[in-house]
Design a protein around this ligand. Structure first.
Ligand code: IMP
Ligand code: MG
Length: 185
C-alpha cells in the first residue's frame, strides 16, 4: 500500500515535516547490516534479542536480511533516574524466554544514548554464558554518552536532539512514524 506523506506527517499533534532519516534510507541501511551480520556469522546460528519497545521496526528490517539460522527473543527494561543518578539503575520488566547459553547473541536496540541500558544488558546477558555477544543499534547518539560502551553495528549517528519515529517514542507516542525526525511540538 502506498503511504500519503501528508498523512504520516500528522500523527496526533506531531507536525514535524522533515525526516532526518527517511524510511528508504533506514531500510537500505538495515539491509546492509543484515548482510554484514550474515557474512560475519557465516555457518553459525544467531540469537537476536530485541529490546522492547523501540526495537520493533528496526529489528523487523534487520532480520529480513539475515540469511542464517536465526532465533528471536525480546527483553523489556526500564531505566531509572537518568537525571538524578550517575550510575543508572535498570530494571528488567520482561526477561528472556529462551536459553542463550553457548549461543551467539546480538542485542538489537533502537538508540544508544548514555549507554546505561546497554551496559547493564551486556553484563546481564554475558552472565548467561553466551558464546559471543554483539550489539546492533539503529542509532548512536555519542553526545549523550556517560558510559564508555559502543555498538558493533550502527545504523546511523544521531544528532544531539530528541528523536521520534521508526520505533522511537516520546511518552509512548510517535513510534509508528515510518521515518525518524526530531521532536518538535
Ligand atoms: P541510555 O540508557 O541512556 O543509552 O538510553 C537508551 C534508551 O533511552 C533507548 O533505548 C531509548 O528508549 C531511550 N532514548 C534515548 N534517546 C532517545 C531519543 O532521542 N528518542 C527516543 N528515545 C530515546
Ligand atoms: Mg529503548
Amino acid at each position: 500500500m502506498e503511504r500519503v506523506e501528508s498523512e504520516v506527517n500528522a500523527v496526533g499533534d506531531y507536525k514535524q515535516g522533515e525526516a532526518i532519516f527517511t524510511q528508504e534510507r533506514i531500510e537500505a541501511r538495515a539491509a546492509e547490516i543484515g548482510k554484514q551480520i550474515t557474512a560475519d556469522y557465516a555457518g553459525k546460528e544467531v540469537v537476536l534479542i530485541g529490546i522492547l519497545t523501540g526495537c520493533v521496526m528496526w529489528l523487523s528490517e534487520i532480520m529480513k536480511s539475515i540469511g542464517l539460522d536465526t532465533a528471536v527473543d525480546f527483553m523489556s527494561v526500564s531505566s531509572y533516574g537518568a537525571a538524578t543518578k550517575s550510575s543508572g539503575i535498570v530494571k528488567i520488566l520482561k526477561d528472556l524466554n529462551i536459553n542463550i547459553e553457548g549461543r551467539h547473541v546480538i542485542i538489537v536496540e533502537d538508540i544508544i544514548d548514555s549507554g546505561t541500558t546497554l551496559d547493564y544488558l551486556c553484563n546481564y546477558l554475558e552472565g548467561h554464558g553466551t558464546a559471543s555477544l554483539k550489539v546492533c543499534a539503529m542509532l548512536d547518539k555519542p553526545s549523550g554518552r556517560r558510559i564508555d560502551i559502543n555498538a558493533d553495528y550502527v545504523g546511523f549517528t544521531a544528532p544531539p536532539a530528541f528523536l521520534v519515529g521508526y520505533g522511537l517514542d516520546a511518552d509512548q507516542r510517535y513510534r509508528n512514524l515510518p521515518y525518524i525526525a526530531a521532536l518538535e511540538v
